[in-house]
Design a protein around this ligand. Structure first.
Ligand code: FMN
Length: 408
C-alpha cells in the first residue's frame, strides 16, 4: 500500500487534504478482488495461521487487525453505532482485533467523529460491539488515545489543547471545519497529568465493563505520549521531564493505571520509534537509544505485549525491514506484534524467523474483512479506497466483499 505523502497517509496523521472534504470522489472506488484460475494449494501450515497464547488470550492465528481510525461515530456524544458492530463483526476471524484509537476523556479529543470510552452511553455502544465479535468467535482489545497538543481548540470548546510544554508541535488537526494548524498548547500542571493518568485508569475500567478482552495504549505518532517522550516538545524540569527517565514516566504511569483493571494481566503498548514528523519527531540515534531503554523498562511493567510500528517500507510492496523489529525483540521478553507494510509473504517470514510473534495489518483489513481466509487460501487481496477512510457512512466501511467463489 502506498501513501504519496507522509501527512495523512494513515490514521496516525490527519487524512490527506486532497481527499477531505471532496465532492468529486471517483465513482469506481476500489478494485474488486480477482483470483487466479490456477488451483491453489490450501496452505494451512503457514506460520501466521499457528495459534498463540498472547498474555492469557488464546489466539487461533497470528493475523492481528491493526487499529484504524475510521471516523464513523456520528453525533456530538461520540458513541459507537450498530455500524461499528457490523464492521468489527465482519473482521472477527482476526486472531485479535485492536480497535481504532478511542478517546479516554473529552480533553483527549483531536480528530472528528472518533468514538470515546468515557461516558456510560459509549460503554453501552461498545458493549454491543464486543458482544457481536465474541458471538462470532473473535477477541477484541480497545486502543486508548489522547492527542494532547496535536488537538485543536475547535475540538475543545475554544480552549487550547494541553501538552507537556507550551511548544506548538506544528501538526495538522482534522476538525469539523477541515484541517487546521495546531496552536501553542497549554503546559499541563502536575495535577493535570495525574488527572490524565486517572482518566486512563477509568477508561480502561470502562473497557472492561464494555466486555473488551483488554486495552492497548496508543503511544505512537505525534500524540500525547510521544510528545512527553520528545525532548523537543517536553521542556519540563519536574517529575515528567528534564531527562529521558522522567520523560518516560507518563507512559509508565499510564501503563500501571490502565493495567489495574485487568488483574495483573497487563496492557498492550503500541510504539513507533521510527516515526518522523516535522522538527519534533526524528528517528535519530538519540531517539532510538531512548526507545531501547523504554522497551527494556516496559519489560518490568505490566505489559501484555508490545505492538511495534516498524520503519516505513522504501517503496510500495517492498519487504519491511526485519532488523528494525528485531532490535526490540532483544529488549522485551513478552509477545511482540510487528506492523507496517507487511503482507502474507513477509508476515509469514517475520514470524518464521522468530522476530515477531504476530503481525498486524491495517490497510489490508480495511479492504479484506476475511483477510485470514484469503491468507489461508492464498487469494489475491482487494485494495481499499483511501477517499472513504474517514468520510463517515457505510460506503468504504462495511461494504467490502469477502472473497468470491467461484474464482473469476
Ligand atoms: C485509515 C487508517 C487509520 C489508522 N488509525 C490508527 C489508529 O487509530 N491508531 C493507531 O495506532 N494507528 C492507526 N493507523 C496506523 C495503522 O495501524 C498502521 O500502523 C499503518 O497503516 C501501517 O500498517 P499497514 O501497512 O498494515 O497498513 C491507521 C492507519 C490507517 C490507514
Amino acid at each position: 500500500m502506498t501513501y504519496p505523502s507522509k501527512r495523512g497517509r494513515d490514521g496516525i496523521g490527519p487524512p490527506r487534504r486532497r481527499s477531505w472534504p471532496t465532492e468529486t470522489r471517483p465513482t469506481c472506488r476500489r478494485r474488486e478482488p480477482t483470483v487466479s484460475t490456477t488451483p491453489k494449494t490450501t496452505t494451512l501450515r503457514q506460520p501466521l495461521l499457528r495459534g498463540i497464547d498472547l498474555a492469557g488470550l488464546t489466539l487461533p492465528n497470528r493475523v492481528v487487525m491493526a487499529p484504524t481510525t475510521r471516523a464513523r461515530a456520528a453525533g456530538p456524544d461520540l458513541v459507537p453505532t450498530e455500524m461499528h458492530a457490523v464492521y468489527y463483526g465482519q473482521r472477527a476471524s482476526a486472531g485479535l482485533i485492536v480497535t481504532e484509537g478511542v478517546w479516554i476523556s473529552e480533553q483527549a479529543v483531536g480528530f472528528t467523529n472518533v468514538p470515546g470510552i468515557y461516558s456510560p452511553e459509549q460503554v453501552v455502544g461498545w458493549r454491543r460491539v464486543t458482544e457481536v465479535v465474541h458471538a462470532l468467535g473473535g477477541r477484541i482489545v480497545l486502543q486508548l488515545w489522547h492527542t494532547g497538543a496535536a488537538s485543536h481548540p475547535d475540538h475543545l470548546r475554544g480552549e487550547p489543547p494541553v501538552g507537556p510544554s507550551a511548544v506548538n508541535p506544528h501538526e495538522m488537526s482534522f476538525t469539523p471545519g477541515g484541517f487546521k494548524e495546531t496552536v501553542t498548547p497549554r503546559e499541563m500542571t502536575v495535577a493535570e497529568i495525574e488527572k490524565t493518568v486517572e482518566d486512563y485508569r477509568v477508561a480502561s475500567e470502562n473497557a472492561r465493563r464494555a466486555g473488551f478482552d483488554g486495552v492497548e495504549i496508543h503511544a505512537i505518532g505525534s500524540f500525547l505520549i510521544p510528545q512527553f517522550l520528545s525532548p523537543r516538545l517536553n521542556l519540563r524540569t519536574d517529575a515528567y521531564g528534564g531527562d529521558a527517565v522522567r520523560r518516560r514516566r507518563l507512559l509508565l504511569d499510564i501503563v500501571a493505571a490502565a493495567a489495574a483493571a485487568w488483574g495483573g494481566r497487563g496492557v498492550g503498548v503500541r510504539l513507533s520509534p521510527y516515526w518522523t514528523s516535522g522538527d519534533a519527531f526524528t528517528a535519530d540515534e538519540a531517539t532510538l537509544a531512548h526507545y531501547d531503554e523504554l522497551v527494556s523498562e516496559l519489560d518490568d511493567h505490566p505489559v501484555a505485549y508490545v505492538h511495534l510500528r516498524g520503519r516505513d517500507v522504501a517503496e510500495p510492496g517492498a519487504t519491511p525491514d526485519f532488523d528494525c523489529i528485531a532490535r526490540y525483540r532483544q529488549r522485551f521478553s513478552g509477545p511482540l506484534i510487528a506492523n507496517n507494510g507487511f503482507d502474507r509473504t513477509s508476515g509469514n517470514a517475520v514470524v518464521e524467523a522468530g522476530v515477531a510473534d504476530a503481525v498486524s495489518f491495517a490497510t489490508h483489513f480495511i479492504a479484506n474483512p476475511d483477510l485470514v481466509a484469503r491468507f489461508a487460501l492464498d487469494r489475491q487481496l482487494a485494495t481499499g479506497d483511501q477517499d472513504t477512510y474517514y468520510t463517515g457512512g457505510a460506503a468504504g466501511y462495511v461494504d467490502y466483499p469477502v472473497t468470491e467463489w467461484p474464482p473469476s
